[in-house]
Design a protein around this ligand. Sequence first.
Ligand code: GDG
Length: 474
Amino acid sequence: MSTVSADLVIVANRLPVDRVEQPDGTMGWRTSPGGLVTAIEPVMRANDGTWIGWPGGTDEDLEPFEADGMKLVPMSMTQAEIEGHYEGFSNATLWPLYHDLVAKPEFHREWWDSYVSVNRRFAEKAAELASEGATVWVHDYQMQLVPLMLRELRPDLRIGFYLHIPFPPAELFQQLPWRRQLLEGLLGADMIGFQLPGGAQNFVRLVRQRVGHKTHRDLVYLPDGRTVRAAAFPISIDAAGFEAMARSEPVAARAAEIREALGNPRKVFLGIDRLDYTKGIYARLRAFSELIADGHLDVEDAVFVQVAVPSREQVEQYRILRDDIDRLVGRVNGDLGRIGRPAISYLHSSYPREEMAALYRAADVMVVTPYRDGMNLVAKEYVACRLEDTGALVLSEFAGAANELRQAWLVNPYDINGMKSALLDAYSADDRETRRRMKAMRRTVAQNDVAAWADAFMSELAEVPGSHGKAVRP
Ligand code: GDG
């Protein structure tokens, strides 16, 4: 297969496929579920794109291959790079720093060195594969140095960058010993996309104060005459795809089976998150269990299903969180459960997409309470799956999704009593009220789907003034 000379190159830490063992024992690839892949796939196809990323594991060098019609270029990572770049600088320095210091970020110089060298390898690969004047779209916090490194190698390219997580206020970002390098790294792009306008504003302000460039509204003027735009592009989901899946017969049957298996309680509460300390899982389970202990809810009437998808298990903070939640669930069920009636049905596992849709269909109250979240696709997926306009969404004010899903029961996850009353309100709201709210949210999600997101990003990238390269249209 030829991967040379692509008019569109996607650079992300991970490839959009997972390695799976096939029935005959050989290894194969499966498109990984999730918003990013569905978002980018149509753009990839329309432009014969190539995707550069890590396939997971510490495998041998793999050759470029095609999966599901996508051209993929695997980048191998050594154990030292996984520890320094991925688990270290990306997930133990940048992740907590960009999420309001929910955990304490660790600063280690050898992690930074590893971050720089991995970013350089990815940039060199993109430089090698991109055709003259091509568009390169770089994704997320693990790759923030790639835009500048790439621009230095290939000034002819049009470069876009999208940050999936929040961009922090200057007061927090300033802690980073390598703050200037990161800002300059990003400024290698022609356009930088953020989830919310606040993130874009934080960035522009930092560039003005720290790097000293002239700025006006969402534009940064560089001394070499280039213009960089920093703007918000709130990401979304394949709303029609989720709705169709939720509507399908097997998913409907599975939703009924799930309720049955839970003992047909009056109301099912649901949480689905990567097991991450930013998601506020502990606090929400505590709020729910206090409602039972106080006698406001009864385990005969209500159950909380919490799916916690294993995540970053080599990072210490994640291990501590897992133990804390294991202990809390054990104690709550031991104290408050009855035979066949746990207060919390806790699942530490990941599931196929259809099972997720069945859970969304089965749940009366969806509880999404991150302390900070770039967007939160789970909230939008729940809304897309509520075919009859039923069901209540309890949503943290600190999730990007709260900007759009204004009709949710909005909560401050730091306020346990506030969360308790929101859970209770959502539980006891009448049909008219929940329908009114759900209907409005469903309209929002249907109109602003992921295809609209990708279209907006690509067409605005093509229009940034004073940038190089030829336009690629979605
Ligand atoms: C980052 C930002 C931003 C989860 N468990 C399973 C599964 N999922 C899918 C969900 C959803 C996705 O994973 C999770 O997306 P979120 O947005 O909720 O959260 P992060 O993983 O933290 O994502 C976030 C996002 O990037 C996109 O820009 O919204 O703020 O933190 O799609 O459905 N999918 C399957 N099985 C599971 O067990 N199949």
